[in-house]
Design a protein around this ligand. Structure first.
Ligand code: MRU
Length: 358
């Protein structure tokens, strides 16, 4: 099987898989300006928190690489604009902001150097971030696989796999690793209305990898649990607040409640770059609301509701920490009630991430 490359820097452009074309075709596209990148993120050609982090980082480089500035002040004015523009694209995934802020900090931290040098350093940092994100996925997978038993039946939602990251994935990375260790597994993928990342992307990806996958409509999860057919739920995350509340794809909260009721462990898998220590609890996480067209049509094609009907279309929900068994990170497995302590211990000595809008 050919390697799936979700996002990379190639030929002086950002190369991504256009995920709106899956599962029908695996189409790679090249992005050479930030307006096109903005649209690609908004339309979810590229999506999933860690992949968005890299899109933000490479997006900064794309937006500044051709700037002709006489000095740092001029350069920074343009950098600010690019950062603000990319910030405004999708509000929920912490990683998008992390990627942008990290590149921004490279510029500010090297303001004494030439503009040319700063540009080089930004690209280098983005490439470093790509390697770090890949590494995080392998670490999450190794920690998470320890929780998986032979013959486990795992339920997941949306896509937290290779297509949402750089390599391997978070929730699905755990499945890949457990499988490599010889465990036999079955995965149940919630189709994930309205944009069907579960049936279009997760099912496609797992089939590419030869994993036993069954697609269910979102409203079938309770029945499966009631019939004793699910051993674990594992999902990804878009942003994790300081108290361990988790924002993830809409429908995740439903699964967490169902899992609690049926006494099934509910795990969240995410890299540390998804944590947001500046946000105290889930109620402060900004939740993206998307176009009504996504709900009243099937992928923009067939209309399935009257066009003048009112629609509520939040892209994410928040699962409170008391419904989460543990969060599987690249630094280890953290019970949600220990998150604040664990992260503040790890953060000692780490630089505070700056923010262009601070
Ligand atoms: O709207 P999407 O497809 O970007 O939402 C993605 C998710 O909710 C994923 O579960 C999350 O980003 C984690 S990806 C490892």
């Amino acid at each position: 099987m050919k390697r799936i490359q979700t996002i990379e820097w190639q030929k002086n452009k950002i190369k991504i898989i256009d995920q709106t074309k899956l599962p029908q075709k695996l189409l790679y596209i090249y992005i050479k300006d930030i307006k096109t990148l903005w649209q690609a993120i908004k339309q979810m050609k590229i999506r999933g928190a860690p992949a968005l982090g890299i899109a933000g980082a490479l997006g900064i480089y794309l937006g500044i690489k051709d700037i002709e500035a006489k000095n740092f002040k001029e350069f920074k004015e343009r950098l600010d604009k690019v950062a603000r523009y990319l910030f405004a694209c999708r509000p929920t995934a912490r990683n998008l902001f992390y990627g942008i802020e990290r590149m921004y900090n490279v510029a500010v931290g090297n303001k004494d150097k030439s503009v040319l040098k700063i540009k080089e350093l930004i690209l280098e940092e983005a490439k470093k971030m790509i390697e770090e994100e890949k590494d995080s996925c392998y670490k999450i997978a190794s920690y998470g696989a320890r929780l998986i038993k032979d013959k486990d039946r795992v339920l997941t939602i949306c896509n937290a796999g290779i297509l949402a990251t750089l390599d391997y994935g978070t929730a699905l990375g755990i499945i890949y690793k457990a499988r490599q260790e010889g465990k036999r597994l079955r995965v149940f993928a919630c189709e994930t209305r309205p944009l069907l990342q579960g049936s279009r992307l997760t099912a496609w990806e797992l089939k590419q990898k030869g994993i036993d996958v069954t697609v269910i409509c979102d409203n079938m999860a309770a029945t499966l649990m009631q019939q004793g057919k699910i051993d674990k739920v594992i999902t990804g995350a878009d942003r994790i607040a300081a108290n361990g509340d988790v924002a993830n794809k809409i429908g995740t909260y439903n699964l967490a409640i169902l899992a609690k009721f049926h006494r099934i462990p509910f795990y969240v898998a995410a890299p540390i770059t998804t944590f947001d220590r500046r946000i105290k609890s889930g109620k402060d996480i900004p939740i993206e609301e998307r176009d009504k067209k996504e709900v009243i049509t099937l992928l923009g094609k067939i209309r399935i509701a009257p066009c003048n009907v009112k629609v509520f279309n939040p892209a994410f929900d928040v699962t409170p920490n008391n419904l989460i068994t543990a969060i599987i990170t690249d630094k280890g497995i953290i019970p949600p009630k220990n998150i604040r302590d664990t992260l503040s211990a790890k953060a000692k000595g780490a630089p505070r991430w700056g923010h262009p809008s601070d």
